[in-house]
Design a protein around this ligand. Sequence first.
Ligand code: APR
Ligand code: ZN
Length: 375
Amino acid sequence: ATVGKTITCKAAVCWEPNSELVVEEIEVAPPKAGEVRIKVTASGVCHTDMYTKDGHDSEGMFPCILGHEGAGIVESVGEGVTSVAVGDYVIPLYIPECRECKFCKSGKTNLCSVIRSTQGKGVMPDGTSRFTCKGQEVYHFMGTSTFAEYTVIAEISCAVISKDAPLDKVCLLGCGITTGVGAVLNTAKVEEGDVVAVFGLGGVGVSVVQGARLAGASRIIGVDLNPDKFAMAMEFGATECVNPAEFDKPIQTVLVEMTDGGVDHSFEAIGNVNTMRAALECCHKGWGTSTIIGVAPAGAEISTRPFQLVTGRKWQGSAFGGVRGRSELPGIVQRYLDGDLKVDEYVTHSFPLADINVAFTLMAEGKSIRSVISL
Ligand code: APR
Ligand code: ZN
């Protein structure tokens, strides 16, 4: 009944930087060619949403509808859409997978570039928005905008997943969990028996811990300034946890001593350039590899002595765990359904859309791992 028509529904609108989100009635236009309209049923709240909400994103466009860790059901599809059908369960992808651009065809990266420029400007690939509110155009965010009851995304941004999946849980595979697990399995390719250090034990860090456990790491050392994070990290598979504040020497020195010369793999899941340096320098000479996942403040720079690299340590990073969303996310969802991958455990809070600002406050205070908003 709604196919081809504009839908009026609720969304959390971010009218300007540094303001609370406001739940408004919005209009969502039908999907154009190559686009898909989705009934969003659940969305996690993640740091990148807060980053833009708080005005740190210099490219942020306002007013906009945030949210990039969602899941939903396809309501209608635009002209020429073949890979997604009405009724499909989907996870929107902030890194699409067109399978035709230089990046996709390389087979070496998940950083599909085909709609990057319009996505960064808050519009659909044709340069326009599908959202209006009170007569004003409202921008999209990260190509997903999941804090709305209905959203429109590109066909290439749809990962079609099993209809057995509970959307209020697997929405979290749209960002944080996949970022952490994928960094271990896809990017770093941790091997059985490896010794691993994980800097930061929030939602992303414990996902690294989980990935390391799946890879069969022999020691998984969690590093966090907040000891309240240790219990959960141990549940996810950490074998020990250390608090840098409890030592009078740099944490990299502590880790090198604990591990007979350094770790095989380290991961930075904080977004702090000092811990990025420590994560590199706790790696074993000759082969230790450090993978950066945390997003540092705009303009920040990393440093170390080049000798650290000359003597065989490697520094790398990945986005969305190196995962090609359309090809690989359905398998990750299946792994969760098979009981292989923990997801439910991340949901520390659930809220209706009306209480979305509470979820942001809890995240800012470090009190939640993940809040899931139901729409
Ligand atoms: N040393 C050790 N631990 C620290 C430090 C530090 N200097 N600073 C912060 N931490 C810890 C916090 O105590 C917290 O447990 O890092 C953890 C970060 O967790 P969250 O804030 O919950 O963040 P998370 O959702 O896991 O994301 C981490 O990954 O994707 C990126 O943008 C995201 O940069 C962010 C990072
Ligand atoms: Zn591509």
